[in-house]
Design a protein around this ligand. Structure first.
Ligand code: NAD
Ligand code: ZN
Length: 351
């Protein structure tokens, strides 16, 4: 779990004070990894960079890759005589995951591809802080950092992945474009459905999942004032992340990983594209999802998979099928007898 969190409008202003005791000395910098969307914004001016600190702007137009993490780590290690005092990620799931991965790879040898999987990280990461500017992924609270590698899209899932500190300031999400708000918000909604309908469910996960689901329904099915809606979605994201931290996601995420690996589809959109066709697995969730789509007049792209070659489709199916814990959570221990490659292909071809 994340040991320290501050919440509230304007809480970003506390960052300098929070970092001060974590600074090792003047030559051990804080490295701020910031979504390049903030390049000309006020937020950049408010980052409390001092001494040798570095602000690195990173585009989130593509989701994080293992090669990108490795390059960033080399760059940071080669720029300074001392290890950094900390890594601070500011942005959506992409920047949060990058920050987590870089913090792990500063202290662990080799390439980040070696750590994709479950509990493969040997040494604690350096101090790392997450500051979300987009709500839904739960990346601010989870023990994973999802990376696209040469072979698969898979997280570095470990107890060392989790942030040491999170700052939840709902004001930071004010400028998110409408479609993006919906897609990433639906990531949270889908986390809740998959956790609450999964076989891994337990009282811990359920208590967070139910709260997150209630908040998502308020945000996406009621008319809340904008500020309240932002605050509630930020907390839904947190609770949704807490719910899957102690259970697992399911069919939509497994299929979405395959889609994203082959087509580069962003995570939130990919989940939506898949989820609309999962009535057989999540009937009530899909009904509510369609209501939300209609209410917010979101048009999902169509014919996304129609031009794929057989071998691309096979790769998608392979990547999806490899997500064993997700299938086990969704369909139980005998999941392999309940779903086949042909079933997955059929779903992909509807997208
Ligand atoms: P994102 O971080 O990729 O950002 C999407 C877009 O929104 C980008 O163009 C970004 O620049 C923009 N954006 C972000 N904040 C903004 C703001 N305040 N104003 C204007 N624009 C803003 O999107 P995401 O959906 O948050 O994250 C997706 C990533 O998160 C994927 O890589 C996915 O694999 C990962 N993910 C991780 C976890 C986890 O537990 N670690 C869980 C779910 C998803
Ligand atoms: Zn997700």
């Amino acid at each position: 779990m994340v040991p320290r969190v501050v919440y509230g409008k304007g809480s970003f202003g506390q960052l300098g004070e929070i970092l001060m005791p974590k600074r090792q000395h003047a030559e051990a910098p804080m490295i701020f990894l910031v979504d390049a969307v903030f390049e000309d914004s006020q937020l950049l001016q408010r980052i409390p960079a001092i001494f040798e600190d570095q602000i690195i702007l990173i585009s989130a137009s593509e989701e994080p890759k293992t090669a990108q993490v490795d390059v960033l780590v080399d760059k940071i290690l080669n720029s300074y005589e001392y290890l950094p005092s900390g890594i601070i990620g500011i942005g959506g799931g992409t920047l949060l995951d990058l920050a987590k991965a870089v913090a792990i790879m500063i202290t662990n040898p080799g390439s980040s591809t070696q750590y994709q999987g479950w509990d493969l990280v040997g040494k604690p990461a350096i101090y790392h802080v997450g500051i979300p500017t987009l709500s839904g992924t739960g990346a601010e609270v989870s023990r994973t950092t999802v990376l696209m590698g040469p072979e698969r899209k898979l997280g570095i899932n470990s107890d060392h992945t989790t942030f040491d500190q999170v700052i939840l300031d709902p004001e930071l999400t004010a400028g998110v474009p409408r479609d993006q708000w919906f897609y990433t918000g639906m990531d949270c909604f889908i986390h809740c459905v998959e956790s609450l309908q999964g076989t891994y469910l337990n009282a811990f996960s359920q208590s967070y999942g139910e709260k997150a689901m209630e908040l998502c329904e308020e945000v996406f099915l009621k008319d809340l004032p904008e500020e309240e809606s932002r605050e509630k979605l930020m907390m839904a994201s947190w609770h949704g992340g807490m719910s899957i931290a102690y259970s697992q996601v399911g069919v939509a995420h497994a299929l979405s990983y395959g889609l994203s690996f082959v087509m580069g589809t962003p995570h939130g959109l990919g989940n939506c594209l898949v989820f609309q066709h999962l009535e057989a697995f999540y009937p009530e969730g899909v009904r509510n999802f369609k209501k939300m789509l209609q209410r917010h007049k979101i048009q999902l792209p169509q014919g996304v998979c129609q031009d794929l070659s057989e071998s691309e489709l096979d790769t998608m199916v392979r990547v999806a099928m490899e997500m064993t814990p997700l299938w086990e959570n969704a369909l139980g221990e005998n999941w392999e007898s309940r779903i086949s490659a042909a079933d997955l292909k059929e779903i992909y071809l509807k997208i």
